[in-house]
Design a protein around this ligand. Structure first.
Ligand SMILES: [Zn+2]
Ligand SMILES: [Zn+2]
Length: 594
């Protein structure tokens, strides 16, 4: 017999997190109750609380629809209105097996439990296998909404059946729920996948492959501007740009350690003429080959080798997404070979200052620096060498302080061979992501037995600094699309101005204006379609073009343009020469706003 367990709880005395977890978990029970009403043959998975609400996994006879979600939510509200109490009880294995005889996932869960630790929870006519953690009755389930349906594998493994997961949002008050929905709405509005499609920046084709981004002319223009800019900044700072192949023999990655640590994330090996080749997962080994190809004196160091390098990662097809998770990417990469710690310190400082300059120019603000430390207790995950770790961590901390950057420290986030500085960004969906890192590496120089000749004529091992600034072009452009909501500053805008002749007789002057701007490498278009002026302006606004130049009789007469700025401002008549000067200045200074 089921043995009842006391489970009354005073919600208001609990910490907020626990209270919310109980509410969310209870709502998942109510969702399962509703689902069995909709589809009595539903097989139940699990229904835990999550950060923003709850979910429940089901195996169902058919795919769920939006109408189903609305019906389930309504059905849940009915159960909540009745304030059904939640009753916990202890049961035997035999009772549990009988109760869930037709619920294969519950039977599977049951195998994880000890005989004296099997409990169930009942409310209304619904009973679930559950270890507890509810509110007292369904009436204590507050503001919620069923949000979406997604696929999920049982126990998270592809080898298991695929289930349908219903997500719900739940907060203590209607205001908090509304704020959360608003935040989601903003993330949707800024989503680079949607904007990228609307503005024809990039595309993904099933025939080309998941995660293989195709840059359309507009997106390729944004990327080219960023690439030229960063290459120039690097060349000014003594970086030497190289171009190395995207394929190498497998043996190279065996020596670098990538094969041992990384092969699951690599494309399969290609074999021809008895040799094995790989698409490279990282650029480091190639740059190391360049360094190792000739002897170096201490006088030549630091040597800074940079490349917009193509890399390949075998992400699972279910995990690729837009341009933020892709399989083929181009990293703004560099490797700096240094003699000693003092040189590393100077170089890392230079990298941080370049980051500040670049992110400042791009107008990015939502980022922080993280000093990622090892864990002295964890000898499995990290190379055991306490003096190396202490020195490396102190060095990076000192540089961050000297440059005057805000940073926080995180234990257990280092690479296995050394500490690093991570630049942490917040995405439109409010997720924290590492954009780029600066790593101090003693490991690869040893793997490749790199050397330089010291002042005294002895041989010494250089220290390697790996660094990115713009991250991968895919991730940076995705971030910028979300940051600007598609309204790029003039220097990055794919089309910088649209010229709008009011009537056909203004077309020759429109061509003249276009030629005057193109002479200064400004990207302009003449909209010669036979539409009304307002339609042409609206079209340019939707495409987020920074400037619209309207031409009628008066403008032809005065050799001027009627200037309109993206977002609505009408600046009136501007002489052609002043317009050219204005746009060139705005482009050259990389101004953020028109
Ligand atoms: Zn429960
Ligand atoms: Zn590297």
């Amino acid at each position: 017999m089921a043995e009842p367990l006391a489970s009354h709880v005073n919600l208001s005395s609990l910490p907020r997190e626990e209270r919310l977890a109980r509410m969310r978990h209870s709502a998942a029970h109510v969702l399962a109750e509703a689902m069995l009403d909709l589809m009595p043959d539903a097989e139940l998975g699990i229904g835990p609380p999550i950060d923003t609400g709850f979910y429940y996994d089901f195996r169902l006879p058919r795919p769920l629809t939006q109408e189903d979600l609305a019906w389930l939510e309504e059905r849940m509200r009915k159960s909540i209105a009745k304030s059904h109490p939640f009753h916990m009880a202890k049961i035997t294995r035999a009772e549990a097996e009988a109760r869930w005889a037709k619920q294969p996932f519950k039977l599977d869960l049951l195998q994880d439990l000890d005989d004296d630790n099997i409990t169930q929870c009942t409310h209304a006519a619904f009973t679930d296998l559950c270890r507890g953690g509810h509110v007292n009755h369904t009436g204590e389930v507050p503001a919620f909404k069923l949000m979406s349906i997604a696929g999920a594998y049982w126990r998270g493994s592809e080898k298991n059946p695929q289930l349908q997961r219903v997500y719900g949002a739940l907060f203590e008050t209607a205001e908090e729920l509304a704020a959360y929905e608003q935040q989601l709405e903003e993330a949707r509005r800024r989503d680079h996948r949607r904007i990228g499609r609307d503005l024809k920046l990039f595309d993904l084709y099933d025939e080309v492959g998941p995660g293989h981004v195709v840059w359309l002319p507009a997106g390729a223009t944004v990327r080219r501007e960023l690439e030229r800019w960063i290459e120039d900044l690097e060349i000014e700072r003594g970086y030497q740009h190289v171009i190395t192949p995207v394929v190498a023999k497998r043996a190279l990655y065996v020596r670098s350690g990538h094969w041992a640590h990384y092969q699951d994330a690599m494309y399969p090996v290609m074999e021809r003429e008895g040799e094995e080749y790989c698409l490279r997962p990282m650029n480091c080994p190639h740059h190391i080959m360049i360094y190792a190809s000739e002897p170096h004196s201490y006088r030549e160091l630091p040597i800074r080798i940079a490349e917009l390098g193509n890399m390949h990662r075998w992400e699972k097809s279910g995990q690729v997404s837009g341009m933020s998770r892709v399989r083929i990417m181009t990293l703004n990469d560099a490797h700096i070979f240094c003699t000693d710690a003092a040189m590393v310190e100077v170089e890392v400082e230079g990298v941080l200052r370049l980051m500040e300059e670049v992110y400042g120019t791009l107008g990015l603000k939502d980022y922080t620096y993280r000093l990622s430390l090892g864990d002295p207790e964890d000898h499995e995950k990290y190379v055991y060498n306490p003096p190396m770790w202490e020195a490396g961590e102190a060095l990076l901390r000192r540089v961050l302080q000297r440059v005057g950057l805000d940073f926080y420290e995180a234990k257990g986030e280092a690479a296995f061979y050394g500490p690093k500085i991570d630049v942490q960004f917040k995405t439109a969906a409010s997720k924290d992501e590492t954009l780029v890192t600066v790593q101090v590496d003693f490991h690869l120089p040893a793997q490749f037995e790199l050397e330089y000749v010291t002042e005294e004529g002895a041989r010494a091992r250089p220290i390697l600094v790996h660094r990115g600034i713009l991250s991968t072009m895919e991730r940076m452009v995705a971030l910028l699309i979300e940051e600007y909501e598609g309204a790029f500053p003039l220097w990055l805008a794919p089309t910088q101005a649209v010229i709008i002749p009011i009537a056909d007789r203004h077309l020759p002057y429109a061509q003249e204006v276009a030629a005057a701007l193109q002479q200064h490498r400004l990207r302009v278009e003449v909209n010669a379609r036979s539409e009304r002026m307002n339609a042409k302006i609206r079209d340019a606004q939707l495409r987020k073009v920074p400037y619209m130049l309207v031409l009628g009789d008066r403008e032809v007469e005065a050799r001027a343009v009627a200037l309109r700025v993206r977002g609505g401002g009408d600046l009136g008549a501007v002489p052609l020469e002043a317009l050219v000067a204005r746009l060139v200045h705005e482009r050259n200074t990389k101004a953020l706003l028109p």
